[in-house]
Design a protein around this ligand. Structure first.
Ligand code: TYD
Ligand code: MG
Length: 460
């Protein structure tokens, strides 16, 4: 039977089906199947006879990877120490977060060292020039082009570009496919062509990818496994701070972050982020606490704020910015069950200052401290930092890189640290260490007492 020239591709997960249906069997999303041509432009001719491959041992001396340093330190560190020739990086992020700005700035510094092409499929050349002028980089020798055709791009890159920036993959298309740019198969096919080119000619390609509202690049994670490095550019809209985070890196560590500030002259590096995320308060306030965290390889101190207020709602609000809401529920449940502190009919708000997102469980103790400070209506010591993971029985567990956290705290002038009870003797002369084994000890320290609760329905 002749193969059908079209098939149906789920735009959310990339699964293919011969027939249309309302629901994707792969990811169970509705109305996501779109008809696309099955022409597989990448099917290699398999007529060549198979050959025996040579196996080699793991031992051997490999030369260190050559790296191209951009000079933007925050960017280089997130990339694992510079760009590796022939590697492909994906820079994902919400529309408008600053991806084009960052990469244009990167292009400008690279172009001073080697040939660099910036290919925009989204903006007209004039728009890019205008931005370059605003960033004061208009005089740098970047090769600018505006096109969306992958074939044209690859042909032009042949002429000797060492680094190419493609902004964005969602606007690119290859001829062999009938599907619209931005569809899963076009995104995948375009990326595949670019990756093949990068590997064959040793060109470093940086691909911009918009994140969909579900938070994944181009719908499915199709691109993430294809490229060498995946960087996410994040930040809260209302804040100036932007975090470049590596989530996958074949040539370096992951979970590294670079901190930038969006100014009217583009993105500026922030080399001492702790100073930025710390409170600038003049008097003691309740519910504010400093967490000594680790982001990638770097210690980072951030302020965690909480507010507990009587609720007028039947189901009180739990609003979290910058942290996991499930984790907040867990901490509240632990405080309730293990310390008898009920927040059942009160609204709870939690905020990580500065627009940072924290995913470390080590922040548990800092969150609990902020909440307890609100409950007890007692400000926490201004010169104290907190870190530690809280278990369901209320026990406080040790976390990694204790020393680095404490050193950063001491460097920034903190005098006290509330830490998990160490398993072996441990000293840090610059700081007064307060080891805690259970969250109830912290509640006692702050003199947090159960408050009389209002019955549901609003009556005291
Ligand atoms: P942009 O790089 O276009 O975002 P993306 O490519 O991720 O869609 O960033 C656009 C935003 O950045 C826009 O809202 C304006 C702001 N911006 C500044 O605040 N300062 C600047 O110098 C530039 C160039 C942009
Ligand atoms: Mg853009």
């Amino acid at each position: 039977m002749a193969k059908s020239p079209t098939h149906y591709v789920c735009q959310a997960c990339g699964s293919c089906f011969p027939k249309w249906s309302g629901k994707c069997e792969g990811c169970h999303s509705w109305n996501s199947l779109v008809e696309e041509a099955t022409v597989d432009s990448f099917k290699k001719k398999t007529t060549a006879k198979a050959q025996k491959i040579e196996f080699s041992s793991l031992e051997g001396i490999s030369p260190p990877l050559p790296r191209l340093l951009t000079g933007i330190e925050e960017f280089d560190r997130v990339c694992g120490g510079g760009l590796v020739p022939g590697s492909v990086l994906l820079v994902g992020g919400d529309p408008g977060i600053g991806k084009s700005t960052l990469l244009l700035q990167v292009a400008a510094v690279i172009s001073e060292k080697t040939s660099c092409a910036y290919i925009s499929g989204e903006e007209a050349a004039d728009q890019v020039r205008l931005r370059a002028k605003r960033l004061h980089i208009a005089s740098s020798p970047v090769n600018l082009a505006t096109t969306t055709h992958i074939g044209d791009i690859l042909k032009s890159l042949h002429q000797g570009a060492q680094v190419a920036i493609i902004d964005s993959i969602q606007t690119m298309y290859v001829d062999a496919l009938d599907a619209a740019p931005g569809s899963v198969s076009q995104v995948r096919a375009s990326a595949h062509e670019l990756i093949r080119f990068a590997k064959k000619y040793g060109v470093t390609i940086l691909i911009v990818g918009h994140v969909t509202k579900e938070g994944v690049i181009a719908g499915p994670r199709v691109l993430e496994h294809m490229v060498d490095t995946v960087l996410y550019f994040e930040g809260e809209r209302g804040h100036h701070f932007r975090i470049l985070r590596s989530v996958k890196n074949r040539f370096g560590p992951t979970d590294e972050i670079g901190v930038f500030e969006m100014t009217d002259k583009g993105l500026q590096e922030v080399s001492n982020p702790s100073a930025l995320f710390l409170p600038h308060r003049t008097e003691d306030v309740t519910g504010s606490c400093v967490f000594a965290g680790i982001e990638g390889t770097r210690p980072l101190l951030v302020e965690i704020q909480s507010l507990i207020a009587p609720s007028s709602l039947a189901t009180p609000r739990r609003a979290v910015v910058g942290w996991d809401s499930g984790r907040l529920s867990m901490i509240l449940a632990v405080l309730e069950a293990r310390c008898g502190l009920l927040c059942g009919n009160r609204d709870v708000f939690l905020n990580v200052a500065g627009g940072l997102r924290i995913s470390e469980p080590a922040a548990d103790l800092a969150v609990a401290a902020a909440l307890l400070s609100c409950i007890a209506n007692t400000p926490l010591p201004k010169d104290a930092v907190f870190f530690g993971e809280i278990g369901l029985s209320g026990e406080i567990r040790p976390v990694s890189q204790q020393e680095a956290r404490l050193k950063e705290a001491s460097k920034l002038g903190f005098k006290t640290a509330f830490i998990p009870k160490p398993t072996k003797p441990f000293s840090m002369p610059e700081l007064t260490l307060i080891p805690l084994a259970h969250v109830a000890e912290l509640a006692n320290y702050l003199d947090a007492k159960p408050k009389p609760q209002r019955a549901y329905g609003g009556q005291a």
